[in-house]
Design a protein around this ligand. Structure first.
Ligand code: FAD
Length: 140
């Protein structure tokens, strides 16, 4: 079974940040059971998430996530075979990105301040990867 990493972005529905905690706890519980690892970034009503694991587990998880009414407009940015996991220690790492993060990280600041914008990020896919990798190192 190939090992896959999938990255997508979406918008929080109804600006209801109280759903972040339950989303994260359900993610950790389900991913621990299915062997999925990854990282979820949140900024200003937008999500950016990496999921990795066996292809069937990642596909099932992503299909379930896409049906979730707590967010909207999921946009798949990439899905590729990997040789090793990038987020092996995280059943789901999470960072709620703040204005302080934006000040410390001017390179990524536009995405923190306005949220992840699909047009910008899909044209600069490497930025999404760089951000996910950066926060993994910071949280390690
Ligand atoms: P159930 O728990 O039966 O829920 C069915 C639906 O009810 C959900 O789709 C949701 O729309 C709604 N719902 C569930 N709980 C609540 C609640 N507390 N408040 C309001 N509505 C609710 N799941 C993973 O397994 N792994 C992940 O990495 C992951 N990442 C996510 C990232 C984002 C941005 C979002 C929005 C969701 C994510 N989820 C993730 C959650 C996923 O969408 C499912 O809710 C979860 O996997 C449970 O699936 P289920 O079929 O058991 O749904």
């Amino acid at each position: 079974m190939p090992l896959i990493q999938l990255i997508y972005m979406s918008r929080l529905a109804g600006h209801d940040e109280t759903s972040l905690g339950p989303i994260l706890s359900a993610s950790v519980r389900r991913n621990t059971a299915s062997g999925v690892t990854g990282m979820l970034l949140y900024a200003n009503g937008r999500f950016l998430q990496a999921l990795e694991g066996d292809e069937s587990a990642v596909d099932e998880t992503y299909a379930r996530i896409c049906r979730d009414i707590r967010h909207e407009d999921p946009l798949l940015l990439s899905k590729e075979t990997i040789t090793q996991r990038q987020f092996s220690n995280w059943s789901m790492g999470f960072r709620h990105m703040s204005e302080a993060d934006a000040r410390h990280l001017p390179r990524f600041a536009p995405w923190f301040r306005i949220g992840f914008e699909s047009a910008d990020i899909s044209q600069a896919n490497s930025v999404a990867r760089d951000m996910l990798a950066f926060f993994k190192e910071e949280m390690a």
